[in-house]
Design a binder for this molecule. Structure first.
Ligand code: 4AD
Ligand code: MG
Length: 465
């Protein structure tokens, strides 16, 4: 076969040079035709669109062409011509074909279109080959890139917080332990406790639930930082919005107070949504057609309209006056459930909401305490279909106030002594928040289940692939 440099299908369809000789490589989506001609729809992952390969059967022989079935991988040299058929601008008249890998029709599971998302979760190793996952994974990539671009363009530094940590104080969730101690004969101290002196780090260690505490150190030196990494929570929450391993983006900014923190969160989310509309339109159109007919309108609406800002107290009053029957009753002091958040966003205000000033009892120790002695300067950003997409706050920068809270909560101050020291040496007002990456991808793609927006979801009883 003649050596030609490969062109990606996205490139061919974007700027086709007709009557030129090209090479494409990809996976067969379908093959149909008659005794004389075969039409192969080929996809190489560079775009949702396939390119049609037109094969003169006599030229290659039926035996040679037999392994070219759904799922097979081929390389094709041929002439790029304007397409006769509707629905495509260009097609390739095959001149030479190499078969890299066949896919036995009796055992390849992705034979037909329209497999359920539940079924596809059972074949997570193959589901990136479907149109849906191709689209979702391309959007996911573009969002990751846009996040780095947003912060880089605004002078934030990417700060790498550790994945293994000895502090278990954030209170954001149950943690996974990291250990090399032998499971069968765990060493014990004389007092009968596990002897972590024998463990790899010489102390108990866990996977991080958040990079925030470290990001704060970064911000109090570099001015503005962000983390973007995997975080882990061992809660047994089997919901369409929770993963045991998810990615979080945590900007942290010195000198920002809660108002600037809200402005940053709103601007950031709108930027990401606009970026998706501008750079992933084909994939979003596909997802809209398949799963969510209001998707693009909803994205435009959120990108173009102001978020509503109100306090937790005002939010609770609205919920109590709503007359709505909630599964979980709501009263001042209770944590809001997803049903409450979605009522405010979808039914009452019909737009994203930023709730602030939550009761201190239901929020983390590090949040800045308000004058009223009851609330803290927290902010949650609530989105249609999702509920909480961002959680953040202004941080308590006063050492005495922070210590008082640590003691009040009976926390293990010795594992976060380094964090507390930042309030002793050159402390400053600062604020930040955490965006759940998969919740963002849920919103942008219109998918319903968080297991379908990450290549390999980790949930209770599921770490198979
Ligand atoms: O509200 P959370 O727990 O806040 C923090 O971890 C803070 N340290 C953030 C900060 O201020 N720097 O989590 C932040 C976001 C949530 O709003 C949600 O979008 C997402 O992370 N999230 C999850 N996403 C998927 N699966 C889970 N189990 C999640 N838990 C939180
Ligand atoms: Mg939260």
């Amino acid at each position: 076969m003649e050596t030609l440099s490969r062109t990606k299908i996205a490139e061919l369809l974007k700027s086709p040079v007709f009557d030129s000789k090209v090479n494409v490589k990809g996976w067969v989506r379908t093959r149909r035709g008659n005794k004389a001609i075969s039409f192969v729809a080929l996809n190489d992952g560079s775009t949702i669109h396939n390119i049609q390969i037109v094969i003169d059967i006599e030229k290659f022989g039926e035996d040679f062409l037999k392994p070219i079935t759904t799922g097979a991988c081929i390389s094709v040299n041929g002439l790029l011509v304007e397409s006769q058929g509707k629905g495509q601008i260009a097609e390739i008249q095959a001149e030479e074909i190499e078969i890299y890998g066949s896919a036995d029709p009796l055992s390849y599971p992705l034979q037909k279109k329209g497999h359920s998302l539940e079924f596809l979760r059972e074949i997570a190793h193959l589901r990136p080959r479907t149109n849906t996952f191709g689209a979702v994974l391309r959007v996911r990539h573009h969002m990751a890139y846009a996040i780095h671009k947003y912060f880089n363009d605004r002078g934030f530094y990417y700060f790498h917080s550790p994945i293994i940590t000895a502090s278990d104080c954030e209170g954001a969730g149950a943690m996974f332990q990291v250990t090399t101690l032998p499971m069968k004969e765990v060493p014990h101290t004389k007092e009968g406790d596990v002897d972590y002196k024998e463990d790899f780090f010489g102390r108990q260690a866990n996977l991080t639930v958040s990079g925030q505490l470290e990001a704060e150190l970064g911000a109090l030196a570099l001015g503005a930082t962000y983390t973007f990494g995997p975080t882990f929570r061992a809660e047994n929450s089997n919901t369409p919005r929770h993963l045991a391993e998810f990615w979080m983006i945590e900007p942290e900014v010195a000198f920002n107070e809660i108002k600037e923190n809200m402005d940053l969160a709103e601007d950031f989310l709108k930027y990401l949504i606009r970026y998706a509309l501008e750079n992933c339109y084909d994939d979003l159109e596909f997802l809209q057609k398949m799963y969510d007919e209001e998707l693009i309108d909803r994205l435009r609406f959120v990108a173009e309209n102001d978020f509503v800002r109100l306090t937790y107290t005002e939010g609770v009053e609205i919920l109590k006056a709503s007359g709505e029957k909630f599964e979980f009753p709501v009263d001042w002091g209770t944590d809001l459930q997803s049903e409450h958040e979605r009522y405010l966003v979808e039914k009452h205000f019909k737009r994203p909401v930023i709730l602030t000033d939550y009761p201190k009892e239901i929020k983390s120790f590090y949040m800045k305490q308000n004058e009223d002695g009851k609330t803290v300067r927290a902010m949650d950003v609530l989105f249609p279909k999702i509920g909480e997409i961002i959680g953040g706050s202004q941080r308590e920068e006063n050492y005495e106030k922070l210590m008082a809270r640590v003691e009040e909560l009976g926390m293990c101050a010795e594992t976060i002594w380094w964090y507390l020291e930042t309030r002793k040496f050159g402390t400053a007002p600062h604020s930040g928040f955490g965006l759940g990456f998969e919740r963002l991808i849920l919103f942008v793609t219109g998918m319903q289940n968080i297991r379908d927006v990450i290549p390999f979801p980790r949930t209770p009883n599921n770490a198979d692939f």
